[in-house]
Design a protein around this ligand. Structure first.
Ligand code: ZN
Length: 335
């Protein structure tokens, strides 16, 4: 029996070998039946052995081809399995969540990183506005004084009580040129207070004064006018005031607005104190003091009837007719 019949009895080789074996036995029986001779029998056996050797060689060649093919097939299967496994790993990694978080920049949990502070950039800075160039203008006065006004006046609607210890009663009205930023009523109140001052004319028996309103009889008028208007009113009484000075006219007192608001360059005190000098000097003319005085001596107070704005001549500026002891401040008559 052929050796492969133990493992594959139904294979072609086994069946054919068995057939040969049966033929051998049949031919044997036939031989025994025919008995053609020993030479013929030996020749058949030699032919069968030759055929077996050729088949063995063919199987050997076939085996040499089959083994590499099988090996290649196995390698191919293994490689395919390995490729499939590799791709499956990729798919598994991407499809299933990883057992541990893979630290990649995109999968890292958001950490509380400080927000970047906006850095000041030239584009974020506010565009500096061009500063207007300073022109060499003269320094403006602290209080703007209009050079001219309407030429008409508003009378303060206020009536006061007479002030003074003795003498003739004189009633007066207060007027302010229209268009000027000075209240006529406030100006009247201030003038009333000046005339009632303890160092004034009325306090020392040189007359009594009463503020009256519009429509009431008045002995004189105190007008506050712009420089141009003051010049015109003063010029009508023969005086040239140059837009700087006050004057006393036939109808009353003309106060230059510039002096009322700014004071005098020769006066040491503030404007509101200089207003005492204005009223005391001009009202002094009203009570009969027609002449001006000069400086009584160096270092002494200048009399109110002195034209202090034209120079102090060694005196110091003073706004009151009397000093604090009630002594009349006077000097030599000069004009
Ligand atoms: Zn005068």
């Amino acid at each position: 029996m052929h050796p492969c019949c133990n493992s594959c009895p139904r294979s072609f080789e086994c069946v054919r070998t068995r057939g040969y074996d049966r033929g051998d036995r049949t031919s044997g029986r036939r031989g025994r039946a025919s008995f053609g001779g020993k030479a013929a029998l030996g020749k058949r056996r030699a032919t069968q052995q030759s055929r077996r050797r050729r088949r063995g060689k063919q199987r050997g060649r076939g085996g040499r081809f089959v083994l590499p093919v099988l090996a290649l097939a196995l390698v191919a299967l293994g490689g395919g399995a390995a490729l499939a496994h590799f791709e499956g790993q990729d798919g598994h990694v991407t499809a299933a969540p990883p057992s541990e978080p893979v630290r990649t920049p995109s999968s890292q949990p958001p950490t509380p990183t400080p927000k970047p502070q906006p850095k000041p950039t030239p584009t974020s800075r506010p565009t500096p506005r061009p500063t207007p160039k300073k022109t060499a203008k003269p320094a403006p006065e602290k209080t703007a004084v209009p050079r001219s006004g309407a030429g008409t006046f508003t009378t303060a609607r206020a009536t006061g009580t007479p002030v003074g210890t003795g003498g003739t009663l004189r009633r007066y009205r207060v007027q302010v040129e229209d268009g000027v930023d000075v209240s006529a009523r406030e100006a009247a109140t201030e003038i009333e207070r000046i005339l009632a001052h303890p160092r004034g004319w009325a306090a020392h028996g040189r007359g009594r004064f009463q503020l009256v309103s519009a429509g009431e009889n008045a002995d004189f008028v105190i007008r506050i006018a712009t420089p141009d208007t003051a010049d015109r009113l003063c010029a009508a009484n023969g005086m040239n005031t140059h837009g700087e000075l006050n004057c006393e006219t036939s109808t009353g007192v003309v106060v230059n607005l510039k002096r009322w608001l700014l004071g005098s360059p020769t006066f040491a005190g503030p404007p509101h104190e200089y207003r005492h000098l204005i009223i005391n000097h001009e009202v002094g003319h009203e009570i009969g003091l027609r002449r001006h005085m000069g400086c009584p001596g160096p270092g002494k107070p200048a009399p109110v009837m002195m034209q202090q704005i034209k120079g102090l001549h060694g005196c110091h500026s003073n706004a009151y007719p009397y000093d604090e002891d009630g002594i009349y401040i006077e000097g030599p008559l000069v004009s």
